[in-house]
Structures are given as C-alpha cells and as structure tokens.
Design a protein around this ligand. Structure first.
Ligand code: BV8
Length: 235
C-alpha cells in the first residue's frame, strides 16, 4: 500500500508543457534565445518598449491556444479525481492553460496567464486569445495605452501568494515537475515544504540547482514518469 498523503502541492514549470510542443525558456531552442528576457519579461523592458512586449506575446498566444495537454497534465487530473486527500493543488509558473484543458482543479497561475490582459489604469482583467497593442483602449475604463498582458514580469510580485503560503505550509507531499528552479520566489517553494516536513520529489530531465531540498529525483520525461508515479499512488 503506497504512503497516504493528505495535502499535495504540485509545482509545474515549462517542462511539463514541453511534450505538448511548447518551448521551454532556458533550453537550447528556448523561448528567450531570440529575445532578451530583460526586454520581454521585465517591468523596465515593458516601460521601455511596450509594443515589442505586446508583439512577443501576440506571437506566442496562438501557439498556446492550439496546444493540447499531454499525459503529465492528464495524470494530475486523474490524481485529483481518484486520490482521497483533503486537497490537491497545482501551483503553476506556466502562462499556458494546459492544466485547465486537462480539466484539473485548484490551479494557481503565480506568473499569470497569456490569455488575460490587465488594465494598469483601472485594474480590470479580461480574457482574449487575440492580439493586444499598446494603444488599445480598456473595455472597462475606455482609457487607451494602459493595457498589459496579465503576466508577472521580473520585478513584479507574484499572484496568489497568500494561497501559496497556506498550501506550502500545510502540504505533506510537494511535487515539482519540469522547472529549472532558477526563478524566485517559486524556486524557494520546495524549501518551505521541506522545512515543514513534507516529502519533496522532483520530476525533471536532470537534477536542478536546488536539488538538495528534494528527497527524491525522478529523471525522465514527465509525460512518462509522472503518470507512472501517480498510478503507484493510486494503488
Ligand atoms: C519577485 C513571465 C518580488 C514571462 C517569468 C537575485 C537572486 C534571487 C532572485 C532575484 C535576484 N534578482 C531578482 C530576483 C527576483 C527575480 C528572479 O528570480 N530572478 C532570477 C532569474 C535570478 N524574480 C522576480 O522578479 C519575481 N518577482 O521576486 O517579486 C520583487 C518585487 C519587486 C522587485 C524585486 C522583487 C518574478 C518572477 C516571474 C518572472 N516571470 N515569466 C513568461 O512566462 O512569458 S519567469 C519564467 O521563468 C516563466 O514564468 C517560467 O515559468 C519561469 C521558470 O522557468 P521554468 O518553468 O523552470 O522553465 P525553464 O525553461 O527554465 O526550465 C524547464 C525545465 O523543464 C528544465 O529544468 C528542463 O530540464 C525541464 N524539462 C524539459 N522538458 C521536460 C522537462 N522536465 C520533464 N519532462 C520534460 N519533457
């Protein structure tokens, strides 16, 4: 009989979406190879050239719209639907909606979502899979030139941090899937879980930088390793 866990947190990064055909950030053909991250994902970069940032996400949006969840996303949904626990939550750094498409629940997009736009004038957030441009007007306050993809840039605070803090302090199993562990504060989540006595497991193609906080490393493609692990848990 596999170990019983009551509160499970699953942190996901770009690697879980790789087998859905979406590029990760820091691989050889990574998303940021042709763009400086400081220009497309930082507060300063957006202030300097907002149209360049809008264009970067306009190019990316249709790819994410068309992408389908893979067996790793679907395995998480199977766990949520069949494992008797108090709570199984997903904290994702990904701005794609593949967890939603896999019909998972309790999803926290701490770095935002590519199909959401926020108005910096009135705070209104609306959804679109279409293009956005600097001089578009907000559908709520009608002010132009204040729209931004609802994506957390470097130098911006993360979303849902109160919920994340609660979940990390309560979990007895912390699973990290497909993240290089270089972006904070997400890269430090494992430490909070570990120091609270949770079992911590990393699913990746290789051991990552903060590996000393993981009690276990399951190396391989998440589309194969995660479903296998979850089937074991469900026995
Ligand atoms: C903040 C938005 C407070 C765009 C992103 C010095 C030290 C420590 C921290 C800092 C520092 N200086 C500044 C900071 C803070 C900074 C930071 O961490 N910088 C780092 C780079 C040093 N963090 C911030 O600014 C954060 N905010 O701290 O707020 C604050 C407030 C005001 C002023 C200062 C601070 C904001 C961070 C969010 C930034 N936005 N993206 C977009 O998403 O388009 S980050 C970007 O990286 C993405 O969100 C992405 O999700 C995230 C992490 O990347 P990964 O998902 O891990 O992807 P990656 O390609 O790196 O790795 C993929 C992994 O998958 C690899 O390991 C690979 O082996 C594996 N893999 C591949 N295929 C598979 C696989 N695994 C399994 N199966 C496979 N098939």
């Amino acid at each position: 009989m596999a170990e019983r866990y009551k509160n499970i947190v699953i942190l996901t990064g770009a690697g879980i979406s790789a087998e859905s055909g979406l590029s990760t950030f820091r691989s050889e053909n990574g998303l940021w190879n042709n763009h400086r991250v400081e220009d497309v994902a930082s507060v300063e970069g957006f202030a300097r050239n907002p149209e360049y940032v809008h264009e970067f996400y306009n190019e990316l949006r249709p790819l994410l719209f068309k992408a389908e969840p893979n067996s790793a996303h679907l395995a998480i949904t199977k766990l949520q639907e069949n494992y008797k626990a108090e709570n199984i939550s997903i904290i994702t750094q990904n701005v794609d909606t593949l967890h939603e498409k896999a019909k998972s629940k309790n999803i926290y997009h701490i770095h935002g979502q590519i199909n959401q736009i926020v108005c910096l004038n009135c705070g209104h957030i609306f959804e679109t899979w279409g293009e956005t441009h600097t001089d578009d007007a907000c559908p709520n306050c009608k002010v132009a030139g204040m729209l931004k993809p609802n994506i957390v840039f470097f130098g911006e605070n993360l979303l849902y941090m109160n919920e994340v803090d609660y979940l990390l302090n309560k979990c007895d199993l912390f699973i990290s899937v497909g993240t290089s562990g270089v972006v904070y504060p997400a890269a430090g989540f494992v430490q909070i879980a570990y120091l609270n006595g949770a079992k911590t497991i990393e699913f990746n193609m290789e051991q990552t930088s903060n590996n000393y906080m993981f009690s276990e490393h399951i190396i391989g493609k998440a589309g194969t390793t995660l479903p296998k692990f979850i089937d074991e848990l469900l026995k």
